[in-house]
Design a protein. Sequence first.
Length: 359
Amino acid sequence: MSASFEIQASTGSYSIHIESYAFERYLAEFRHAVIIADEFFKPRFAQAGHTAIFAEASEAIKSLDASPALIEDIRKIGANRQTHLVAVGGGILQDLSAFIASIYMRGLSWSYMPTTVLAMVDSCIGGKSSINVGPYKNLVGTFHPPLKVLIDPALAQTLPHNQRASGLIEAAKICFCRGPESFDLHLSFGPAMDMSAEALEQVIVNSLLAKKWFIEMDEFDKKERLLLNFGHTFGHAIEGASHYAISHGIAVGLGIICALEFERQAGTSYAAMPRVQKLEDHLDVMVAAVPQLSSSLKSLPLDDVLERFESDKKHGPENYALILVSEIGEVTLQKIAKSHAVRSRVKRAIQTMVERYAS
């Protein structure tokens, strides 16, 4: 089974192709490209007779401080304005490569081969790069769509359960934001950490088609696409305060729980919304697969979480910008005036989440 479709962007369309066990064939398309790859794939590149610039997939390299060294490496091997850049790896390699492609000699064409579930179901499309600056996550970045995205779901079979859970949480979030039909279809595939490559392929296609709608409606994150930040404001704060011991997708799942609890404390009831309960039940299963999450949450510095929440780039000077779920199940962007009472709600929502999963 395979699937292909196109994403429309302001710079033109780009193609998406999804096929299990196609990694080596994909690589063969880029014989003359400059490849930046996760160092995990060194043996596989050697077997296939390909060379690449290898980098460790850590948050430390996804930063303005680390970017110049990689740019120098690209220059040393002779990259010019006609060079095609290819990223092979998860979201960190994607962010870094897309950012460099957008600024190197004022812009190179690039393609992407995602290797994590999270990148396959979410970040591989949309054209965004996000780079950390000091302690601030994703503070700078660009929009620079790729020419091609090639996805091999079979690569996920080498990933630990927590990484697979991270991606499945992001897929659930995207489909939930898109609407009941997309979310019910996602659940019908039986998303689980041990699912086959063929079943994961269905999850990936459904998630990317759901995200395609947001991207093509709002390429530059001004309106509809902002809804995909559901869980991210709380989630980024949790992820950063844990010093990335809690990975991005898991933190987003915990952030969704915080967002729902934040609304419940204001009197919102989801009793008549079984879709919300399905989402929470699904997140419970995903989160339960994460080793040492309980201890990470027990040691989570609450003051640091709150400080990072306050400094989120989406907030305004007088208002918090939060993606929340209404009583009728709509995912909406709400601007909430900053006050002591609201800050207390934020704190209680985080504490409630920690108590729920740290026991």
